[in-house]
Design a protein around this ligand. Structure first.
Ligand code: ADP
Length: 878
């Protein structure tokens, strides 16, 4: 039977190790793909599918040129695939049989290093997780920046997803023991919208080697891996990185442990609803809090800012440290400007150092590092001159790395080429041999120029010239018209063109040999020298990374100071009690969008003002107000100043939100389901230190249903949870609760009617709203006049219904006893009660099954009759 050719056999044996990746198989100047990979790649990359004789059969094939392979790889990665890059690892000229090939690197969405595939201001996290019942260990690493975090916690899958989501990972790795749990994998894939990989057994570091391997990568691992579980998850991520990258990863040396209870908890829904990093409607950064606050000058500063927003602090001292620095900057506007100018000259040191350690940095990257570090001495000098002790202290902790500057400065030219293999990178005077080789080339070229002049003179041909091309090397060119002037036999003929002849001489060829030999050697030598310098810099990576961390921190604090002084933010006072006092607070983003923002006060605590019941018509500013309170609290704990005239805040441990109608269609949940789910999560998890925002809860179902739920929820929050709550509702009937529940306080978004139209004042005032103004809003929205008039008539007739009837329906029926657990009290008609009574008295054991069935049918019949006569049922109405 025919067999596959040896090369295809080689392909198949390599491919067997990478079933989940596109195998890019190097053949000369191309990377080829075969079989199914070829068919799928042809479709995904829109390239031509061809075929090739594989020996046994004709096999599908497609290919991409090696010089543009990155473009194709990035397209596949973008679509969430993996690519295994297989190179020829021996010289084809000296190979016996099929050239030896090996996969040199696997590129996955979570292990991208190519600049073009990364977003400057965003991290590219790869996370790994291990799950043992309700306990999770999680590691998150960014290969492109060298960050590596690890944590361990107990909780629900929801809390795991929230924690994972805070990293916005491009890829999630799971331990092999989770390989069977496809439901869990699918859940993560859908919720996190990223690639989920179950790690291959052979990438898992064997238990006996685990600690040694982790220690070799992270010298300080013991501080972070305090439990076997955290060590294991660190090893999981490391094993995958080493297994796919197949090289030393020197920049991955900082392992930090964090605890989820060290930071304010913001679940996915709160992050989303508060529009921290993207807007609700369009999912864009523009219009989010991050967008507003991001006045950072460096990419690493921008990434750090995002991390700070995702993880607000709980420690008063740590918050105040950040505030001190911001205040110091704000007191010295000139310094603020100068530091900004300096920061602007700092390149992405974090990613540059990663590329250096990874071995992919070029001459330009070294120059960028050098230029960035060169800025530091001036900037630090300026900071130490400042009278402020907080700023003065920064330079004393900063390693300026001027030895690295010197090294690069002396070795690398100012403007090196992109390629590291074509010379032109190393400075003159750096290496004697290189200088010698360069002077050989220079002498040779000088000799050629002189020869050209001599020959022009000797032959009298003014247009005679010496040229060079890659095929023929150096030649003397004489135009056809001048050939007659050339003495026969003076040169050797080499090539005939349409209107010129090209010649050589033995002396010219000899010079050519000297020049080309020296050139080849010097290019080779330059590459060696360059890699040596790169390695020297790589040994200083951890110092550069520290500089990068400090610059990032400085950048964010500076950015906070900048926005705070521009927007008139104030330093919030942080307390360890339960107060939340905001005077003249503003919504930071809405304020930036609308010119005349109306500031509002807020006063909450756990003793007398726990729940704010906010009423008012649609569009009156209720959501904006609620969000502004949450954002002010969050910004304060991030360390930033806040948009208010004055703020006194106790630490908030967690923010819950339920705002607006957000259908989770991908997750397959209806609006109402999402609403109830988010509310449930708040009721279950909030503490007295939490802040809950509930906007129009109950709106997603029928009026009575909705109102009943809304009231029940407020009562539960008041009686059992005790968290500070902002509750907005258009059921102005709920304002009654202020009388019944001592810690509920009514406020309303004030509107006035002027000439038959509603004017929204956006002012939050004490007391409840008197009516809903819904019809006016519909009018504003341009609803046809017919609809408006009819609605007004209907409203009037509804309003005429007796107040007692309405009250009975809406209030009393759902009131939970304050102390008891929230069991739903249902009111039944007398006929319904009869049905229940006969059911409870039915003696099942002394009756035949047939009799029981007949009895149930009768009961059902009676029940239906009772309900149809009331137009309701066992849903709580009578
Ligand atoms: P509601 O939740 O009551 O329906 P919103 O909070 O969505 O109302 O506010 C509607 C619009 O009113 C917002 O988009 C904003 O443009 C404007 N607005 C809200 N609050 C203020 C304010 N305090 N000052 C100025 N404009 C405001």
């Amino acid at each position: 039977m025919a067999k596959y050719t040896p090369m295809i056999q080689q392909y198949l044996s390599i491919k067997a190790d990478y079933p989940d990746a596109f195998l890019f198989f190097r053949m000369g100047d191309f990377y080829e793909l075969f079989f199914d990979d070829a068919k799928r790649a042809a479709k995904e990359l829109e390239i031509t599918l061809t075929g090739r004789d594989g020996g046994k059969e004709r096999i599908p094939m497609c290919g991409v040129p090696h010089h543009s392979v990155e473009v194709y790889i990035s397209r596949l990665i973008e679509k969430g695939y993996k690519v295994a890059l297989c190179e020829q690892v021996e010289d084809p000229a000296s190979a016996k049989g099929v050239v030896r090939r090996e996969v040199v690197r696997v590129i996955t969405p979570g292990t991208v290093m190519d600049e073009k595939m990364l977003v400057d201001k965003e991290n590219n996290f790869l996370t790994a997780l291990i799950r043992r019942q309700e306990r999770f260990a999680l590691a998150a690493g960014d290969l492109s920046t060298g960050e590596f975090y690890v944590t361990e916690f107990s909780g629900s899958v929801e809390s795991l997803i929230d924690e994972l989501a805070s990293f916005q990972p491009r890829e999630v790795l799971m331990s092999p023991e989770l390989s069977e749990d496809t439901g869990f994998q699918e859940q993560l894939r859908i919720r996190l919208k990223c690639l989920v990989t179950v790690i291959r057994e052979d990438h898992v570091i064997p238990q006996p080697e685990l600690e040694k391997r982790v220690a070799a990568q992270f010298p300080d691992y013991q501080e972070a891996c305090t439990t076997p579980f955290t060590l294991e998850v660190t090893g999981l991520l490391l094993g995958y990185l080493q297994g796919t990258q197949k090289r030393t990863l020197g920049h991955l040396n900082r392992l930090s442990r964090y605890d989820t209870n060290q930071y304010m908890v913001l679940d996915e829904s709160a992050r989303h609803n508060l529009e921290l990093t993207t807007t609700l409607r369009e999912g864009k950064k523009r219009g989010s809090l991050l967008w507003l606050l991001d006045r950072t000058a460096t990419a690493m500063g921008s990434r750090l800012l995002k991390k700070w927003l995702d993880k607000p602090l709980l420690d008063k001292k740590a918050i105040e440290e950040r505030q001190d620095a911001i205040e110091a900057f704000m007191e010295d506007p000139i310094l603020l400007d100068e530091v900004r100018d300096h920061l602007k000259c700092v390149y992405d040191l974090e990613r540059l150092s990663a590329r250096i350690a990874y071995g992919s940095a070029n001459g330009r990257d070294l120059i960028s590092i050098c230029r960035s570090l060169q800025v530091l001495p001036d900037m630090m000098e300026r900071l130490s001159e400042s009278g402020n002790p907080v700023l003065k202290e920064i330079p004393s902790r900063m390693d300026l790395c001027q030895d690295v500057v010197d090294l690069v400065h002396r070795a690398i030219v100012e403007d090196p080429p992109v390629s590291v293999k074509e010379g032109g990178i190393i400075q003159e005077g750096h290496d004697e041999e290189l200088d010698r080789l360069r002077s050989v080339q220079q002498d040779g070229r000088g000799w050629i120029t002189r020869m050209e002049q001599q020959e022009r003179k000797a032959t009298g041909i003014k247009s005679l010239k010496v040229g060079f091309n890659k095929v023929f090397g150096y030649y003397i060119e004489v135009t056809k018209a001048n050939l007659r002037l050339l003495p026969e036999g003076r040169y050797q003929r080499k090539q005939t063109l349409a209107n010129a002849e090209r010649f050589v001489t033995p002396e010219l060829k000899e010079q050519e040999r000297l020049i080309l030999e020296a050139e080849e050697k010097s290019v080779e030598l330059e590459y060696q020298l360059f890699t040596r310098i790169r390695e020297q810099v790589a040994r200083q990576i951890s110092r550069i990374q520290q500089v990068s961390d400090q610059v990032a921190r400085l950048d964010v604090l500076h950015a906070f100071a900048d926005i705070s002084s521009r927007q008139g933010y104030v330093r919030p006072l942080i307390f360890s009690d339960d107060r939340l006092i905001i005077e003249e607070g503003r919504h930071p983003v809405v304020e930036a969008a609308v010119g005349d923002f109306v500031a509002n006060d807020t006063r909450l605590d756990n003793k007398t003002r726990q729940v704010l019941m906010i009423t008012g018509p649609n569009m009156a500013g209720k959501s904006t107000y609620m969000r502004q309170v949450a954002l002010i609290g969050l910004m304060a704990q991030v360390g930033c100043f806040v948009p208010a005239r004055k703020a006194e805040l106790g630490i908030i441990d967690r923010i819950f939100t339920r705002i607006g109608a957000a259908d989770d269609l991908v997750g397959g949940r209806s609006t109402f389901m999402v609403e109830m789910d988010e509310t449930r999560s708040a009721l279950a998890q909030a503490t007295t230190r939490s802040l809950i925002l509930l906007d129009e809860v109950g709106r997603g179902t029928s009026t009575y249903d909705g109102m009943a739920l809304a009231q029940a929820i407020v009562e539960y929050l008041h009686d059992h949870v005790g968290a500070k709550t902002l509750f907005s509702t258009h059921y102005h009937e709920l304002t009654q609760l202020e009388q019944e529940l001592p810690r509920v306080v009514n406020v309303h978004a004030r509107c006035v009617e002027k000439d038959g139209e509603v004017v929204f004042l956006h002012r939050i005032e004490a007391g409840g709203a008197d009516k809903s103004y819904g019809i006016h809003v519909a009018q504003l929205a341009g609803m046809p006049p017919g609809v408006i008039q009819r609605a007004e008539v209907l409203l009037e007739s509804l309003e005429k219904r007796s107040a007692s009837e309405q009250e009975a329906q809406q209030m009393e029926l759902f009131r939970f006893p304050a102390e008891a657990a929230p069991t739903k009290e249902i009111h039944l008609s007398s006929r319904e009660r009869e049905v229940l009574q006969s059911l409870s008295q039915w003696d099942m054991f002394n009756r035949t099954p047939m009799e029981t069935i007949q009895f149930l049918l009768d009961l059902q019949h009676k029940l239906k009759e009772a309900q149809s006569s009331m137009g309701g049922g066992l849903d709580g109405k009578n």
